[in-house]
Design a protein around this ligand. Structure first.
Ligand code: G3H
Ligand code: 13P
Ligand code: ZN
Length: 328
């Protein structure tokens, strides 16, 4: 069944677990997520980015998600729009039937320019007024995502500040967060706490507290009824990097957010955990390996089956680690 993000995350907060939000662009990702949710009895958040709409087209994405709900009627699904660049973009998604939208007013419509607090409040508040009238939840973002190690926003097409960021920009201010929630009425808030988008988050193996866990605690204390969202939460599995490079890939040494650190965040109020890169890496690794080991094979269903299996295994691991499993 299609449910709103508010409904799903209220349950997660009550029972102290987190829900991974996986990006979807195609049938294989959708199937991998749903099969993993079915196996582990987990509720699902699937999110579509502007890039996904450009790749698959909004009608295909919409029907992909509706098809998942039809095939797995017993699994609660939240259909979420990732990184909306304006209230107009969010309005279109609401019209398309999304049950949740993100208005990312931390950056301008170009997805690159950090914007003023006032701008962010304005566009987010307008989105909340529109969305809540339709029973749709809203996620806002406060602070600019960037790796606390590199000061870089990361390399996602379309989303991410340009240039090097200051330490302060990369950590959401708890007092500002409280004011933001009061003024806008958002259901969930994406916070900057040391993560960045894409595969290149950290250049060295992460040790100790790679995330600003204390900051998460402070923000949660100020806005306990607003669900915290962690973007850039891919763990960049070293085993998949090794497989990609073993079978012809060339990905330099790089590290993501350790699953244990995310679990720590969930203990202190993180409820939605955005993951895209990990499924991309698993899919690419599985396809490279399959084609290298089966050079005479040319039926896409064969190598895409390997891709679905690889992605599904990641989904299962996250559902189990975040405590999502058993809560569908
Ligand atoms: O936040 C960005 C997501 O990983 C989506 O990336 O715009 O390349 O689809 P994308
Ligand atoms: P990753 O690039 O770490 O997977 O983050 C995805 C994300 O935050 C989508 O909004
Ligand atoms: Zn994001």
């Amino acid at each position: 069944a299609l449910i709103s993000m508010r409904q799903m995350l209220d349950h997660a907060a009550e029972f102290g677990y987190g829900v991974p939000a996986f990006n979807v662009n195609n049938l294989e990702q959708m199937r991998a997520i749903m099969e993993a949710a079915d196996k582990t009895d987990s509720p699902v958040i699937v999110q579509a980015s502007a890039g996904a709409r450009k790749y698959a087209g909004a009608p295909f994405l919409r029907h992909l998600i509706l098809a998942a709900i039809e095939e797995f009627p017993h699994i609660p699904v939240c259909m979420h729009q990732d990184h909306g660049a304006s209230p107009t973009v969010c309005q279109r998604s609401i019209q398309l039937g999304f049950s949740s939208v993100m208005m990312d007013g931390s950056l301008g419509e170009d997805g690159k320019t950090p914007m003023s607090y006032e701008y962010n409040v304005d566009v987010t508040k307008r989105t909340v007024e529109m969305a809540h009238g339709c029973g749709v939840s809203v996620e806002g973002e406060l602070g600019v995502l960037g790796s606390l190690e590199t000061g870089q926003a990361g390399e996602e097409d379309g989303v991410g500040a340009e240039g090097t960021l200051t330490h302060d920009q990369m950590l959401t201010d708890p007092e500002e967060a409280a004011d933001f929630v009061k003024q806008t009425g958002v259901d969930a808030l994406a916070i900057a706490c040391g993560t960045s988008h894409g595969a290149y988050k950290f250049t060295r193996p992460p040790t100790g507290d790679i995330l600003a866990i204390d900051r998460i605690k402070e923000i949660h204390k100020r806005i306990p009824d607003t669900h915290l969202v962690m973007h850039g939460s891919s763990s960049v599995p070293q085993e998949w990097l090794a497989i990609i490079n073993e079978f012809g890939g060339e990905i330099p040494e790089t590290y993501g957010v350790p699953v244990e650190q995310i679990v720590e965040g969930i203990k202190f109020g993180v409820r939605k955990v955005n993951i895209d890169t990990d499924l991309r890496l698993a899919s690419t690794g599985a396809i490279r390996r399959f084609l290298a080991e089966n050079p005479a094979e040319f039926d896409p269903r064969k190598y895409l089956t390997a891709s679905v299996k690889a992605m599904s295994e990641i989904c299962i691991a996250r559902y189990e680690a975040f405590g999502t499993a058993g809560n569908a």
